[in-house]
Design a protein around this ligand. Structure first.
Ligand code: FMN
Ligand code: MN
Length: 459
């Protein structure tokens, strides 16, 4: 059964002993961020801060910060996360319009709009201001349809935030379309606190015009119900906890944004001139829950979700040319610029892996800085196994390649100011002449002990 809203998901997490409630008051400035950092390092539970200083609204964080919780969100086994997400994201179910939504139980417009009523966190010490990090931005265009993606927002005042559209992401293209159509403003709807399928779908990067809300429908196997916004021409998930309705003027007004602790683990030192979103309405449930995403030094949840969503994208790009590709994963410690590809070892024909490695350079916006290909006995979600494959199956002179000075991510602080970086490609598969035979119990024996596990007294 799909989750109908964030509260449903929190209830399930609580049943699974994956949610911790904090009853004492916490400070959204730095204290919540420090607790999130510790929970990331210790692989602790999701957390609901019931009393946040300065706000009447509780704050949930760390929702999907482990593969275990991702598996709870997708109601599958942890070991099937990649294959299930691949299968379900391909089966798209379009959102449908409904007349009423609990997200509009309370409506505040005009002078009543006050972002300070939300428990916006300042997660890291160098962040310039409180940031809204879990705003699911929904844009609509007559030709392109809907787009769903999380874009961070820096709080500027009671009714203004900076909204960061980068050229490689779709918000930018939707704004350009609105400009071409001669609109005087781009309507921007922001949903905070949604069913985890929508959160996960927001991190898919299908080509422009593809609808991430339909991917969410596929992931949850049920259409997302949408209601019309109160003040702008857009629709939002009816079950969301909180909705922000706003407009980006055309041409946009801009203002300083940053510094901010980025997903790659570093604070960008640059303050950038970014677009400003003017908020026309805030609507919410009667007793809403706010959602915060902590970003900074890995590990953190953004990287766990993108490990799968970006892995699936690379998989689709490569599978058409290389049928041997079985799965792809962007390990969280590799901050979305490291890719691990698993191949069907029986199909490892001479030279194929080298061609495959070279072909990865253009996938996912050419962001990859390190790419490994491994055999199908390697669990690509497990760094221990990946390291083992590298150290026992690679001869560096023969199996690694460097592509000097390629285009990569500007957020990698070791690249130059244009994001130019060397790329490391590693064939970590067993090649002809490999002398090892893996020492482990048979599959039959492993299956047998699995069925007896409780009888041995293990949990
Ligand atoms: C917490 C968080 C903050 C993000 N902030 C931004 C941002 O400010 N700008 C951006 O372009 N992408 C940001 N992203 C990444 C996008 O949400 C993600 O790449 C998405 O799939 C882009 O979708 P699009 O191709 O439809 O634009 C963020 C992701 C997360 C989880
Ligand atoms: Mn998109």
């Amino acid at each position: 059964m799909p989750f109908d809203n964030l509260k449903d998901f929190l209830d399930r997490l609580e049943q699974e002993q994956e949610l911790h409630r904090v009853p004492v008051e916490v400070d959204p400035k730095h204290e919540i961020g420090a607790i999130c950092r510790k929970l990331n390092v210790t692989k602790g539970p999701a957390v609901l801060f019931e009393k946040v200083k300065g706000s009447a609204i509780p704050l949930a964080s760390q929702l999907l910060a482990t593969n275990r919780r991702l598996a709870v969100a997708l109601e599958c086994e942890e070991k099937d996360l990649f294959s299930e997400t691949l299968k379900r994201s391909a089966r798209q179910i379009a959102p449908r319009l409904v007349r009423r939504g609990a997200c509009q139980d309370v409506v505040k417009t005009g002078k009543d709009v006050d972002l300070n009523e939300l428990p916006l966190a300042t997660n890291n010490p160098d962040d310039n201001a409180p940031y809204l990090t879990a705003g699911h931005v929904i844009l609509k265009d007559p030709e392109l349809g809907y787009n769903l993606a999380i874009y961070r927002m820096m709080c500027r005042s009671r009714h203004e935030v900076n909204l960061r559209f980068i050229p490689s992401h779709h918000g930018w293209a939707f704004l350009k379309k609105a400009e071409e159509r001669g609109l005087r403003a781009l309507p921007v709807a922001v949903a905070i606190g949604v069913d985890p399928a929508i959160y996960i779908a927001s991190q898919f990067e299908p080509k422009i015009g593809a609808n991430e809300l339909a991917i969410a429908g596929g992931l949850r196997n049920k259409a997302v119900d949408m209601v019309k916004c109160k003040t702008i021409d857009c629709e939002v998930p009816a079950h969301a906890e909180i909705i922000i309705e706003g407009e980006m003027k055309i041409p946009p007004r801009t203002g300083d944004e940053g510094p901010f602790g980025e997903f790659c683990g570093y604070t960008t030192d640059k303050v950038k001139d970014e677009r400003i979103l003017t908020i026309k309405a805030i609507t919410h449930k009667k007793r809403p829950i706010y959602h915060n995403i902590w970003l900074g030094k890995p590990p953190h949840e953004h990287l766990y979700i993108n490990a799968i969503s970006y892995g699936i994208q690379a998989y689709h790009d490569l599978k058409v040319r290389y049928p041997a590709v079985k799965a792809a994963y962007a390990p969280p410690s590799g901050v979305s610029i490291k890719l691990v590809i698993q191949i069907d070892s029986k199909m490892n024909t001479p030279g194929m892996v080298k061609n495959l490695l070279a072909s990865t350079l253009w996938t996912r916006g050419a962001m990859w800085k390190e790419v490994l290909v491994v055999d199908d006995d390697i669990d690509i979600t497990n760094n221990d196994e990946i390291d083992w494959a590298v150290v026992t199956r690679v001869q560096a002179g023969r199996d690694t390649f460097i592509v000097p000075g390629g285009q990569g991510s500007r957020l990698d602080p070791s690249s130059d100011e244009f994001g130019v970086t060397d790329k490391l490609l590693i064939d970590a598969t067993m090649k002809r002449g490999f002398r090892g035979k893996v020492a482990e119990p048979t599959k039959a024996m492993m299956d047998k002990i699995e069925t007896r596990w409780n009888r041995y007294g293990f949990r």
